[in-house]
Each structure stands twice: as C-alpha cells, then as structure tokens.
Design a protein around this ligand. Structure first.
Ligand code: KG4
Ligand code: ZN
Length: 363
C-alpha cells in the first residue's frame, strides 16, 4: 500500500486526537482520545460492542464467529464514535489498532479498518500491543503521571496484568521499557475463572459469575491448593483440577456453590497477591498497578490493596470501566508511543503472538 500519510503528529503541536480500534478477541471497541497541552488525556468517546451473548452457547469464544461479527459492527461503531465526539475523520490525527496478541482473524478486522481509515484520510497509522494497553490503563486518567520533555511520563512500577488470555508480572521502568518477571505456565487467571465456572454450570464469561456467587460464600470452606512455584510464574491448572475432583464429593452442589466459588476465588487471590508483593520487593518497586479483565474483581482488588497498604506500597488499580477490553486503553498506549516519536507503517502486519518486550526474559 503506498498512500501518502501525514508524518507522526508532533507532541508540541497542541491537541492530538486519536481514534483507536480494538478487536483482539470478542469485544469490538472504538474510542476517541484527545490530549491537549499538558492536560491529562480525555476520552471523548469509548464504545464497546460485546459478543458475549453470541459465544455463550459455545461456552467460550469461537474465532470465526468473532471475526465475522467484528466486520459487521465495526463501521457503525466508528461512525457512531465520530458522531458522538462531533468529529469527522479528517479531525483525527492518528488511526490506531491493536496489533496483537490475540486471535488473528479478529485482529485483522480492526487492524485493516484502521489502516484503511488512515490511508483514506491521509492520516497517521499506528498499532500497539494489547497487553501494553492493559498495562498503561491505570494511568489514563492522569493519576501518578508527570509531564516530561517528550510528553506524559509514567512512574516505574510493578504491573500485575490479569486477563482471560494472560497473567503477567511486569517490571515497567517507564513507558515502553518492560521486563516480564513472571507469567502463567498454564491457564491464565481469567481462563481458570471461566473454566471453573463452566464446570459449575455458570455462564460464560465465568469471572463475574463466580464473583457474584462468592459474595454469599465462605472462602475457608474448601482448602484448594495454592500453587507457588519458586519463581514469579503462576500456575492455575492444579487449582482447576482440584475443583474438578472436589465436585463429585459435594452432596448438595446448589447450596454449596457460593462456598466453592468463594474458596476458589480466595485461592487465586492469595497467589496473585503474594507473588505481586514478592516481585515488588525483589525488584525495588514502591508502586503496584492492577489491570486486565480479572481486575474487575472486587475481592482481588481489595486483597491487593490491603497487601500494598501493609507493605507500604502505593496501589494503582485500573478503573473498572477500563479493566475489560476497550479501545480507550489502546488509544492511550498509542498516545505515549506517538509522544516518544514512534511511527507506524501501512505495510505492518498483525502479530497474534506479539510479546510485550523484545527480549522476553521468562521464556
Ligand atoms: O482483559 P479481558 O477483557 O480480555 C482479555 O484480554 O482476555 O479479560 C476477560 C477475562 C475473562 O476471563 C473474564 O472471566 C474475566 O476477565 N473477568 C473476571 C471478572 N470480570 C471479568 N474475572 C474475575 N472476576 C471478575 N469480576
Ligand atoms: Zn484484554
């Protein structure tokens, strides 16, 4: 493709308007973010069209169903977002999409749409890592950030990212400088919530359903294992298997459902909290952030908040409305990249296995 694109917008040029598209899995999302002067970024519009109902009967995401529905809804979402923000495509400085990781057929839809919009309007195109979107989302509102010579600066911190596809502990020295300290060796935390929910007959996605049930349960009722490998990696498949073997032994499953959910949720939480606090200590971080879909979970949030409080650490959770997949976090990650001088290219391809850092220290 050889369309003439505008050069990357200059951070000094005043306002910067970014339209981002996120289609890495089963949410079609479009957001418009504006950053003026040294003000915090402002979300002018953030639309998320969830496909949960479509995938529910399959018990999980079906890639072909996901990509077809992204392509059906995306144009309308972009038009609605521009209308809502009272903007036209030519008012946008950069069109942005998620490059990976994610489902290739889903990523392609949003990535191609953003490239087409950039080419048609002669604007800048940039793509970003979905996990970087989650990682930076606690800073979108401007909390704990400062303004440096090249734009918004985030503080060094330890990031716990817990989503349906990933569980990661990352030492972030600054935006774009990441060191993965630990990750799941089997199921991601969200995947464990979804699989256990399925065993219990609860609908997809299982995380919110388990949290709801757990509110009425006793977290000490069942002693499920806490897998604590010596390093900073996570493993949740043993916990999932323990729940599976426990179920046939429970005489009245319906009445014990809240106890099972609460005990499972507590086991996941104990592992997440203890590994995060340990990682922060070992790597000299005084701030812990929490993001990703599982960070909606109030029980996990408050346990990590308490842990940070007792260890004298600052706790910065992502706002709940930005925890699950959305395009505002993608726009914000792109904003920081643009401010540091990044340039995209229309010949760039998606990468379903895109890593957060060039040298992946844990693999
Ligand atoms: O970040 P996300 O929206 O998508 C991925 O990038 O994977 O995360 C989705 C995951 C699902 O596994 C869902 O069950 C989980 O987040 N989740 C929760 C809660 N809300 C969503 N898990 C536990 N408790 C919740 N309240
Ligand atoms: Zn995600």
């Amino acid at each position: 493709m050889s369309a003439a694109l505008q050069p990357a917008p200059e951070p000094e040029s005043g306002a910067l308007t970014i339209l981002a598209i996120e289609t890495s899995c089963d949410e079609s999302a479009v957001a418009i973010l504006r950053q003026s002067g040294t003000e915090p970024a402002e979300i002018l519009c953030s639309l998320v069209s969830s496909q949960i109902q479509l995938h529910r009967s399959y018990g999980g995401v079906v890639p072909e169903v996901a990509s077809r529905n992204h392509s059906l809804i995306l144009r309308t979402l972009v038009e609605n977002a521009l209308d809502h923000a009272a903007l036209q495509a030519r008012d946008v400085d950069a069109f942005v999409a998620t490059r990976g990781p994610g489902l290739s057929s889903s990523l392609l839809v949003g990535h191609t749409m953003a490239k087409a919009l950039a080419a048609a309007s002669g604007r800048h195109f940039l793509s970003v890592n979905h996990m970087e979107g989650h990682l930076l989302s606690p800073f979108l509102s401007g909390q704990a950030t400062s303004w440096g010579s090249s734009g918004i600066k985030i503080p060094p911190h330890l990031a716990l990212i817990v989503s349906g596809g990933h569980t990661m502990l990352v030492h972030a020295r600054k935006a774009g400088d990441y060191h993965i300290l630990g990750r799941t060796v089997d199921d991601a935390a969200g995947e464990a919530f979804d699989k256990v929910a399925r065993m219990l007959g609860l609908p997809y996605p299982g995380g919110p359903e388990i949290e709801k049930q757990a509110r009425a349960g006793d977290p000490e009722a069942f002693q499920f294992p806490r897998s604590m490998p010596g390093d900073l990696n996570f493993s949740f498949s043993g916990l999932k298997t323990a729940v599976r073997y426990t179920l046939p032994k429970v005489s009245n499953l319906t009445t014990r459902l809240p106890d099972i959910c609460a005990s499972f949720q507590k086991a996941v939480t104990d592992v997440l909290v203890s590994k995060s606090l340990r990682a922060a200590k070992e790597h000299g971080c005084n701030t812990i952030t929490l993001s990703g879909g599982v960070s909606c979970n109030e029980f996990i949030r408050s346990a990590l908040r308490d842990g940070c409080l007792s260890d004298g650490l600052r706790f910065l959770p992502c706002p709940s409305r930005l925890s699950t997949d959305n395009a505002a976090m993608i726009a914000f990650a792109a904003l920081l990249k643009l401010q540091s001088g990044a340039n995209g290219s229309l010949s760039e391809d998606i990468d379903p296995n895109l890593s957060l850092c060039r040298q992946d220290s844990t693999s």
